[in-house]
Design a protein around this ligand. Structure first.
Ligand code: HEC
Length: 138
């Protein structure tokens, strides 16, 4: 009888410790998922900061203000049209897509000069940062 009891106790202990490791595994998994989600906004705020800096450093700001048209359309107007057509700012900046905000040839030529000039030297991630900044600035 004692022996059976002993086996039973050992068995229960094994079950309990098994259960505990499982619980810990789950906890670990939850923690890793948390870390991933924690990092995502940080990365995107870095991206926004990079985009904002590029927008100034690369002189975009001298032709594009947030709210008012100067030489080029305002950031808000650009983003509104791009949202409306679900279009890609990055594709436009890469020169893959025609202008959709202002299609007057004289105006398009001004922006095209930038695309052919310095914008083509920007890296993919820089273009994405610029686009993310413009979208966030609306
Ligand atoms: C010398 C002035 C000037 C500078 C500098 C300039 N732009 Fe423009 N941009 C314009 C003009 C003018 C238009 C309107 C013509 C057009 O829409 O293509 C325009 C249009 C745009 C559009 C809308 C394109 C469309 O679909 O109609 C985007 C997006 C844009 N600019 C982004 C930028 C970014 C990003 C920079 C900096 C890397 C920049 N621009 C620098 C003058 C400028």
């Amino acid at each position: 009888m004692k022996k059976i009891l002993f086996v039973f106790v050992m068995f229960s202990l094994a079950m309990i410790s098994c259960g505990e490791t499982k619980k810990e595994d789950v906890k670990k998994e939850v923690e890793t998922t948390k870390e991933v989600t924690k990092e995502a906004p940080a990365a995107s705020s870095d991206m926004l900061a990079m985009g904002e800096k590029l927008f100034t450093d690369k002189t975009c700001v001298s032709c594009h203000q947030l709210d008012a048209k100067i030489v080029g359309p305002s950031i808000k107007d650009i983003v509104k049209v791009y949202d409306q057509y679900d279009a890609s700012l990055v594709a436009f900046l890469k020169g893959e897509k025609e202008a959709i905000v202002e299609t007057d040839p004289g105006q398009v030529a001004i922006m095209k000069a930038n695309l052919d000039g310095f914008v083509k030297d920007l890296k993919e991630e820089e273009l994405e940062a610029l686009a993310a900044y413009m979208k966030s600035a609306k």
